[in-house]
Design a protein around this ligand. Structure first.
Ligand code: 13P
Ligand code: SF4
Length: 309
């Protein structure tokens, strides 16, 4: 009897499927993926694939972005309930009113939002290109940035731009405890703290490096340091450790009452290897986006991809 992984790989080949996985997916899923990356890398892969089916091992907004870029391909997601607290914090009706109240503002949205929000946007960005995208807007043009207020504040600090921020945040990156992080750092004074910009300002202020998941992996690979405290979702440690087998990686501690000592994204972890297999076999759940929304949402995504070349 073949293992679950072998059966997945057989089905993948038979149906000409590409499996795109985010770094926060469980290790077994990352291991069978064709590509593992951050949100920008995953969008770029989705834009250039010639597979017939895209299986997105990530959360809903990521699979939706792949569908917006590939209307004629089938895009499947192992668990349709794999959402995102940031995307949920920005309901389209309320956001539409917000943008209409500031008609002179350019609307830049973080890719962690629904297709409806993207359709109301001028440019999309990810954590790896957000500063560049904001800096591409002429200095005298006012900007609305949504939905992540923490990433927004980080960009304001980096660029000096005064942006109007939507009040959204990521539950996973707001779960880090500053007190525990300082305590941990005191135990490892030879370490470097690295953080994802969705984290709160007081966490970012402790960090030697701030960047996207891919950026964080590149940093530990190229930095001469040998010990890192990693403030992002714990799933990243799998690929990161493979890249730097001789370095010590310590997950940043979460506040009390969290399900683990680190911080995990319950949405990302809804996908399992069994669900990946079922999804490949049945070609469901499938992602659909109404054509009138898809066409509008495609424009700001294409602008982002163009600006990220
Ligand atoms: P990255 O694009 O940095 O991988 O971030 C995605 C995400 O959801 C972070 O919470
Ligand atoms: Fe959304 Fe946060 Fe999970 Fe990323 S880690 S998918 S931003 S809830």
């Amino acid at each position: 009897m073949k293992s679950l992984k072998e059966r997945i790989l057989d089905l993948k080949k038979e149906k000409n499927v590409v499996i795109l996985a985010h770094y926060y997916q469980e290790a077994d899923i990352q291991d069978i993926a064709d590509y593992v990356g951050d949100s920008l890398g995953l969008s770029q892969e989705a834009a250039k694939t010639d597979a017939d089916i895209i299986l997105f091992a990530g959360v809903h907004f990521m699979a939706e972005t792949a569908k917006i870029l590939n209307p004629t391909k089938k895009v499947i997601l192992p668990d349709l309930k794999a959402g995102c607290s940031l995307a949920e914090s920005c309901p389209p009706e309320a956001f539409k009113k917000f943008t209409e109240a500031h008609p002179d503002h350019i609307v830049i949205t973080y890719v962690n939002c629904s297709a409806e929000i993207k359709a109301l946007s001028d440019i999309v960005c990810t954590s790896s290109n957000a500063v560049k995208i904001v800096e591409s807007v002429p200095k005298d043009t006012p900007i609305i940035f949504a939905p992540d207020k923490n990433l927004g504040r980080y960009i304001i600090n980096k660029t000096g731009r005064d942006m109007l921020l939507w009040d959204g945040s990521c539950v996973v990156h707001e779960a880090f405890s500053l007190d525990k992080l300082i305590e941990l750092y005191k135990q490892h004074p030879d370490s470097k703290i690295i953080a994802h910009p969705e984290s709160e300002t007081h966490i970012l202020e402790t960090a030697s490096y701030i960047g996207s998941t891919s950026g964080m992996i590149d940093f530990v690979k190229t930095n001469p340091g040998t010990k890192f405290i990693v403030a992002t979702e714990a799933g990243i440690l799998h690929k990161m450790q493979q890249e730097v087998p001789d370095k010590i990686l310590i997950p940043a501690p979460a506040k009390e009452n969290n399900t683990c000592a680190c911080s995990e994204c319950g949405y990302m972890k809804m996908n399992t290897l069994q669900k990946v297999y079922d999804c490949l076999l049945n070609e469901t759940p499938e992602i659909t986006v109404p054509e009138h929304i898809r066409k509008k949402a495609l424009i700001p995504i294409e602008r982002m991809l163009e600006l990220s070349k």
